[in-house]
Design a protein. Structure first.
Length: 246
């Protein structure tokens, strides 16, 4: 039987193992994501986006840094207790120095990002919940990184998460996302096991085409400096929610 989102104890997400494996240094794959997304955010004037949301924010701060170039308020929606606690610590005190290279790269590509890491994170508000707790049309811009395909083993539930992601913005609202390509069920650290729903660019395009306008889907190859989770790279998406919604 496929593991569904509600079958998983997300409160026990291994934050320190995840950070050690992925974000204690800036890897080429994430530099490529940042470069791609920076081009998206440069289309917006500073402060022109009233409300942004990061879906399943986890302990990854760079999507929040990127959104700060345009957003007056950023909601970091996170369901897991361990991830939420990490976010609270980063936002309420001095963020860990390991995020400084991410901020430096983000700002070099988009000078509208606040000059300091603390300034870039100042519009962020932690919100406890997940996609299913968000009222449709609540935001002007939605961002999601490595969530829908890493939250379930069931393709229909993956599709539902993608629909909910689009619907959390107003019609015509902006969308930016990244997915792990062909991500199977995987492990973090020594033992913890987490669900994966393998998808590729064709699948992501097929799922989002009926829901969006101005859809653009790209990919970057696998990064040998990252752990081998069984994926084959990353899929990058930008677009706008179909207006009127379809």
């Amino acid at each position: 039987m496929a593991v569904l989102n509600d079958d998983v104890n997300w409160d026990s997400w291994p934050v320190e193992d995840y950070l050690s494996e992925n974000y204690r240094e800036l890897h080429p794959a994430d530099a490529s994501v940042i470069t791609h997304h920076s081009a998206f955010y440069r289309e917006f004037a500073p402060g022109s986006v009233g409300r942004s949301v990061e879906i399943g924010a986890g302990p990854n701060l760079y999507p929040l840094i990127l959104a700060s170039a345009a957003s007056r308020r950023i909601d970091a929606v996170e369901a897991g207790a361990s991830n939420a606690a990490y976010l609270e610590r980063q936002l309420s005190g001095t963020p860990e120095e390991s995020w400084l290279p991410f901020h430096t790269l983000c700002r070099s590509l988009n000078p509208d990002i606040p000059e300091t890491l603390e300034g870039a994170l100042s519009p962020v508000r932690p919100v406890h919940g997940d996609l299913r707790s968000i009222e449709p049309g609540s935001y002007d811009l939605a961002s999601m990184h490595f969530v829908a395909e890493g939250a379930t083993e069931d393709f229909e539930e993956f599709e539902d998460f993608c629909r909910r992601f689009v619907r959390c913005v107003v019609p015509g609202g902006h969308l930016v996302a990244a997915f792990m390509e062909n991500m199977p069920t995987y492990r973090i650290g020594a033992a913890s096991r987490w669900p994966g729903c393998p998808v590729d660019t064709d699948v992501v395009t097929e799922v989002f085409t009926p829901l969006t306008d101005r859809l653009a889907v790209d990919r970057i190859p696998s990064d040998p400096t990252l752990p081998d989770y069984g994926d084959s790279g990353m899929i990058l998406l930008t677009g706008a929610a179909a207006s009127p919604p379809r």
